[in-house]
Design a protein around this ligand. Sequence first.
Ligand code: NOJ
Length: 769
Amino acid sequence: MKTHRTPSSPAALALLLLATTLSCGPSVRGAEPARASVDARVEELLGQMTLEEKAGQLNQLSVGSLTGPARIVTNGEELVRGGRVGSLFNAVTARETNDYQKMAIDGSRLHVPILFGLDVIHGFRTVFPIPLGLSASWDPDLVERTARWAAIEASSQGIRWTFSPMVDIARDPRWGRIAEGAGEDPYLGAAFARAYVRGYQGARLDDPSSIIACAKHYVGYGAAEGGRDYNTTEISERTLRGVYLPPFHAAVDAGAGTLMSAFNSLDGVPSSANAFTLTQVLKHEWGFRGFVVSDWTSIREIMLHGIANDEATAARKSFLAGVDMDMQSNLYLPFLPDLVRSGLVPMDRLDDAVRRVLRLKVSLGLFERPYVEVPADSNPADLPESRALALRAAEESFVLLENRRVGRAPLLPLSPARGLKLALIGPMADGAEDMLGSWSGQGESRDVVTLRRALAERAKHDGMRLSFARGTDVSGHSSVGFAEAVEAARGAEVVVLALGESGKSSGEASSRSRLDLPGNQQELLEAVTGTGKPVVLVVFSGRPLALPWASEHVPAILMAWFPGLQAGPALVETLFGDSDPSGRLTVSVPRSVGQVPIYYNSLNTGRPRIDPIGLGSTKADPYYVTGYLDETSTPLYPFGHGLSYTAFSYSPVHVSTAEISAASLNAGKDSLTVSAEIRNTGTREGTETAQLYVRIRGTSVARPVKELKGFQRVRLAPGDSRRVEFKLGRDELSFWNINMEDAVEAGSLYVWVAPDCEQGQPAKVEIVQ
Ligand code: NOJ
């Protein structure tokens, strides 16, 4: 067996990790090794293939543990040996991938290697925060580094393809998969999409540590009606192009090798059979040269959607619409050859799909290096570099939602005074498994350092006195543990209360109709807060929870998401101020489920209650305005919100010109510079994320009340200031107009540079013809 040598000692792996991380270039465009030689190799192979072998390259099977409903192909190994499988997924060890690879290479006529895929979503063995938490960092460079790390760990086991990033825009926290994405904003979503692709694919695909990215779920999956996973979506073409497609487009532009077609129907057409999105937009308009894989059995599912009455029709419709590879439906392999023979599917389309798959296999260097050396039996998550990155990622993901004064100072950060009496309460305090969140890959709960463990170590080190009470279970209804919890709180000077959802109550097929704390945790919260002791509430969840009571009664609230392996140390550093919380919300937090969907970049109504540029009908008639009788329309915490242990001030926004021409913007000949000065007015060092928002009025179609068009993290010492500068050009100012063209139009442009989507005063610029 030919093997590729990868370093097997932890030290050598650490060096490789470091070297590859540092050398990770900014762009993967043109990363494929010499295109002409790749194409020549592909054509040579294609020319030798039978119809069955071609269909085989488009067939993908799961081995190992299932990540979807069971539909087991019982003769998988025989198919691999016969050259009837192009890709396998869910094999997770080098031994497994090597074994299957040997079957394919030694057994099949043309010796085409298998491409091994896996859901490497937020780390492989080293588990980072869930993607929604990572997005709260507003730090694409950090995300790129976590993706690179995951790629290095996964590729050492022979996995060269991940089904990540999920770039679905999500405006509904009931939808469990909101945990897997970057939130509600297309601009931010696009920035993170690029970062993941760069991290996974590295500077060159033929680097053995590069893995192919898969932007999913194409498209509109996050708009599931009622937040129910897999449900129908209705999205207008303008909203599709302006909101849901941009992160996919960004991933494609960054060189993403693959996309996954989604489960949902879009305007009555299942996404896995949608020729408009898959072929017209993706392959023709964007020039995508990679391949599209269906989601798990989603080709077969178009029969349930009702657009195919038999298997052959399902295969034909999905394939002609543009899905190149069949994940788990087992329909392409049995039906495509005959569909081509009978003329129902053109040979050209079959060749096109096979070319796309082979191109990536050649580009990855799989033909030269189909095997990996079985890594030594050491745990990559134990490396100091893995721990450091997981710690940093967790710290950057935390969002400080509240921090009120208790006595003379804000409750956080706590001072670790000798003898300080601390109570740690709650079912999430020691939930190692929960800290991993959903899709935690090869992560193991024994690698997790929980809050309880880390706090106990810190208390011991600093001579603080720590008591612990679980209080209740995550979904528990018994209040037997309340008395112990209340007693612990009474005996303490400060309480840290760790509540939330279990790690698996978000993710696939994990939608909720309520956004409260599960079980009787709200009662525990009220009982503990009722002691009058200062409470720091740490919330763990894969979605924003609506916690209006906590927001009113609890002085400090830290949103921790699911932070991954270094949950405990990261939280302890943050609680005691060794790390300043710098996360900002990438989703609006509602006050109640009834407000959902709630997102900041909504269109205005003709009867708004408030309007960010001072328009509105409240004064004229407070009755006939949009909203609810029993709830305000504003979120509990807005998009972009997040406090720091220090304070920042913003100067008025400066724009480089008061007038600019749409024609020169459209031609890419002119742009606008927007700047503001940020000052650290507090007493501690801290990181602020300056956010640039725009609004344009007087255009052919209504535009959102605000849209994010830039952001910058700035780290400032007390008293220091820095000017942040943003460019607004065609890419930022164009939108899909009344003629469904992407163009800049004349109108009045308002620009804010602010700490979140609700604050700040705008500057105005006229965009003239
Ligand atoms: C179904 C999920 O929707 C998708 O995200 C995942 O990549 C596949 N299963 C494979 O596990």
